[in-house]
Ligand binder design. Structure first.
Ligand code: TRP
Ligand code: ZN
Length: 881
């Protein structure tokens, strides 16, 4: 048994789940909105559950609440009948099987800097209740398995808050005395408290009509700051396309008469799927040619789709408890990835998603914060909105499709929607739908939800030309992770092909040793020896096509075999992957050499292979752009895994990039010119891909000395959209130049905070030990604020998460700066402070000097007396290793 530190938050366990003794059927909320004194009256209709003994105490969650009135069925409660603290309300012995509790609380939106519960952002009242923000508004069973029908009355000053919104449909509105007005909203769909939302303020709006496939007319509206309406067009277009896609692909229709989206500028995360009233970080709404890059447009499309898709996967079917978070998040990410794949280019989308998974999730899974896709214990649920729950959770859904086939997966989804509509449910229920629909046993597959850590697969092959057999030895090892050792083998679907000398996949006449079907090897044991008979020519095995499982694959292929796959694999993902593998191996070797005082020694055979790819105009420009980008410094660090010297990696990568640029830069420029986009900006995937190829080609050529600073300055000046303006500036700044362009950029965009975020981020990324001074200076810039999450993320998190040489300065000053920022922010916004703290998660991989410095900075944070639960949890887990 381990003993908890005295101030450590209690561990909440999946196995402790119990339903509440009382259900809540109806909620009536009355908000009298004032900037610093909002009165909230909640009439909550409780019903004792059948299994609950009469008189069982009612215990409700609160968080920092001020109780101003309490009545039961209209009669004020005697002081002896209840106990109230800011964090809990207990009614000792409720007298009836069904009763209404009237709770009055006083809330201060202006003082709410944590951005959870009810707060004001730019004069607009807004709420954020997931995961546990509703308890900052009133006492409640603030947990996802308590579903109720809500009616909400809002009253506010009409001049400053002409727009009054809540979930569902608007039933009534009108004027009140003293320049105030009101509106009443009713949401007929029972929902958990985390999906409740209110927005009130003076907002501009863009509207569009929509008719669902099943014939419902829906009024769509996107609300934003006045004057920014023109930047909502792309989001509206993405919303309409998402709604159509969910009807076509999953048979899901929207279910209310209105769908509202509100863009706010102070928001902890991306967006929130409140029923009928999605609230967005404005970064994921406001884009146009001048204020959003191609990547921003893609981001808006993804997040709009994601939140919309939650209406079925999350809202109509919700989670029983927060351990089941991946039930809605992993599945909804899978759905938004599929939407983008169908809308854009499937291979390009897959490469982007896998790159993101490797950068965000693999380090998490391999470090002190590793946890299963479905965690089994937590201290602070806000810290589990992670890449593992979201991205790996999506990979698990994708594997389910690989295991069951497209039709089997579709049948399981259909059964899930049919069986669990209106319920708060679990991963077991979800998997049962697929097992029942396909008559398959998913017991082993379920381990993907339970076992943390990225499986490592080793593959070795031998071809016997005389016998025409290929023998493939496969092995899986699942690494130990905090609290988990000695794991069971998992079901790993490995899509594959046997690539013949002419580049076509070879056939085989028989196979033994593993279940092989539909081009997929199902590895289910620790090891397997798979024998393919009747293989007529020497094959190069192309394994894990499309990245069919979230694993590390050591394919054992020779450099020649990998070069062959770069040129010939018919699976575009594995062409990309073979090039990345070669580049990573080269970068790892070069870093070791440079670290030991030697040379990087680039191998130009890979550059030549990439040159042939670039020249192939039959390949999508976006794909070619992805293929020629070398792995990043953090990817190399992750591959090395121990005793990291970020400076050596940086130097090695610069040298290799320069050599590649010299070798194929001219070719790349010419290929990009052939694929030049139309002069008029359009954010569609085809045009964006052409721009991406131009920028990747020019960046490489610049490293090779074939594009000058002056040429980039010219490109910057000639740009007609943000994408083309930022790219040359980025190449220059990353090379330690670009001062003049940064100044010009600032001047042009000083009134547009979301674009200034890119200006902050780019400077925070600039490599080298002096970037810390730049970052410190920028924290004092008038456009920067520690109170606005987007600013903190763009400047401070970018520095910690995307500037390996700057953050990991050998003298430890980067770590001390980050520790100070975390401590400063923690009192105001623990959620965002905890996200900053994750920048330290891979510190144990550093060489000993830096490791010691980072450790000391972490100890410094931990030693603070008044740490939030959020930061204490992250720092505690990182230090515990
Ligand atoms: N459920 C949201 C999503 O994935 C994310 C979310 C959870 C969130 N908690 C939040 C967003 C707090 C903002 C603030 O779509
Ligand atoms: Zn989500």
């Amino acid at each position: 048994m381990t003993t908890a530190k005295p101030d450590e938050a209690p561990l909440i366990r999946l196995t402790d789940y119990q339903p509440t003794p009382y259900a809540i059927e109806t909620v009536r909320l009355d908000f009298d909105l004032h900037p610093d004194k909002t009165r909230v009256r909640a009439d909550i209709g409780f019903v004792r559950r059948a299994q609950t003994a009469a008189g069982t105490p009612l215990v409700l969650d609160g968080d920092g609440l001020t109780l101003t009135g309490l009545a039961l069925d209209g009669t004020p409660l005697a002081e002896t009948a209840y106990a109230a603290t800011p964090d809990r309300l207990s009614v000792y012995a409720p007298p009836a099987d069904a009763f209404t509790l009237t709770i009055e609380t006083l809330v201060d939106p202006d003082a709410n800097s944590a951005l959870m519960g009810l707060y004001r952002s730019g004069g607009v009242y807004t709420t954020q209740c997931e995961a546990e923000g509703f308890r900052r508004i009133t006492y409640f069973h603030d947990r996802p398995d308590v579903l109720a029908v809500y009616t909400v009355r809002l009253a506010a000053d009409k001049a400053t808050a002409p727009v009054l919104l809540s979930n569902g449909n608007r039933m009534e509105s009108g004027d009140l005395a003293d320049g105030r007005h009101f509106a009443v909203w009713h949401d007929p769909h029972p929902k958990p408290s985390y999906l409740f939302a209110v927005v009130a303020g003076d907002l501009g709006v863009v509207t569009a009509p929509y008719t669902t496939a099943d014939g419902r007319d829906v009024a769509l509206a996107i609300y934003c700051e006045h004057g920014k309406e023109a930047r909502c067009g792309y989001a509206m277009d993405a919303l309409i396309r998402s709604m159509r896609w969910d009807e076509e692909r999953f048979g899901r229709n929207y279910d209310l008469d209105v769908f509202n989206i509100v863009a706010v500028s102070d928001f902890n995360m991306g967006a929130m799927e409140n029923k009928g009233l999605n609230v967005f970080n404005d970064k994921y709404v406001l884009v146009d040619a001048q204020t959003g890059t191609d990547a921003d447009h893609a981001g808006v499309e993804t997040v709009i789709a994601h939140e919309y898709f939650h209406n079925w996967t999350g809202n109509r079917i919700t989670c029983r408890d927060w351990f089941q978070l991946c039930l809605k998040e992993g599945l909804t990410v899978f759905r938004d990835q599929e939407f983008s794949a169908d809308t854009r280019s499937r291979p390009v989308k897959r490469i982007a998603d896998v790159t993101g998974l490797r950068r965000a999730q693999f380090p998490e899974d391999g470090g002190p914060l590793a946890h299963p896709v479905r965690p089994d214990a937590y201290r602070e649920i806000n810290n589990f909105y992670t890449a593992t729950v979201y991205q790996k959770g999506a990979e698990v859904c994708r594997m389910l499709e690989a295991v069951l086939g497209r039709n089997g997966f579709a049948a399981g989804m259909a059964l899930y929607f049919e069986r669990h509509d209106g319920q708060a449910t679990t991963i077991e229920h979800f998997l049962s739908c697929f097992a029942d629909a396909t008559q398959r046993d998913l017991t082993q597959f379920a381990l993907w939800y339970e076992q943390a850590g990225t499986p490592a697969i080793t593959a070795r092959h031998v071809y016997d030309a005389d016998a025409e057999t290929l023998t493939l030895d496969l092995e899986q090892v699942i690494p130990d992770t905090p609290g988990q050792r000695d794991k069971k083998p998992m079901h790993i679907p490995i899509r594959f092909g046997l690539v013949g000398p002419d580049g076509q996949d070879l056939s085989y006449s028989g196979v033994s040793g593993a279940d092989v079907s539909d081009g997929t090897i199902h590895l289910t044991g620790d090891q397997a020896q798979v024998r393919f008979e009747g293989v007529r020519a020497t094959p190069v095995p192309s394994l894990l096509r499309g990245f069919s499982a979230p694993v590390r694959m050591d394919s054992g292929l020779s450099t020649d075999d990998l070069l062959f796959l770069v040129g010939h694999d018919r699976d575009p993902f594995n062409r990309f992957e073979a090039a990345q593998r070669l580049a990573l191996d080269m970068l790892v070797r070069a870093s070791a050499n440079v670290g030991a005082g030697g040379e990087a020694s680039p191998d130009l055979r890979l550059a030549e292979a990439l040159g042939r790819l670039i020249d192939d105009d039959g390949l999508e420009p976006a794909f070619r752009a992805q293929a020629i980008a070398l792995p990043g410094e953090m990817d190399v660090a992750e591959e090395i895994g121990a005793d990291i010297d970020p400076d050596a990696i940086h130097k090695a990568r610069q040298t290799i990039k320069a050599a590649f640029g010299e070798a194929i830069g001219t070719q790349a420029i010419a290929a990009a010119a052939r694929a030049a986009p139309d002069p008029a900006y359009s954010p569609d995937a085809g045009q964006a891909g052409r721009r991406a190829l131009t920028h990747a080609a020019h960046d490489l050529a610049f490293a090779g000395g074939q594009i000058s600073d002056a040429e980039f300055a010219g490109a910057f000046a000639a740009a007609t959209n943000l994408t083309d303006r930022i790219a040359p500036m980025r190449s220059l700044v990353m090379a330690g130049a670009g001062e003049a362009l940064l100044a010009e950029f600032y001047d042009r965009y000083k009134e547009t905070p979301l674009v200034l975020d890119k200006w902050f981020a780019l400077q925070a990324m600039a490599p080298g030990s002096s970037s810390l001074d730049t970052v410190i200076d920028l924290t004092r810039h008038p456009a920067f604020s520690m109170r606005v999450p987007n600013r903190v993320y763009s400047l401070i998190r970018t520095f910690g998460a995307a500037n390996p040489t700057g953050f990991n300065r050998a003298d430890g000053a980067g770590y001390r700066f980050m520790a100070e920022a975390i401590s400063d922010l923690d009192g105001a916004n623990p959620n965002v402070a905890a996200r900053l703290a994750t920048c330290f998660r891979s510190y144990a991989m550093l060489e000993s000097g830096r490791r010691g410095q980072a450790h000391a900075a972490l100890e410094g944070i931990a030693a603070k007396g008044t740490l939030s639960r959020d930061v204490a949890d992250i720092v505690g887990r990182i230090l515990a290793g």
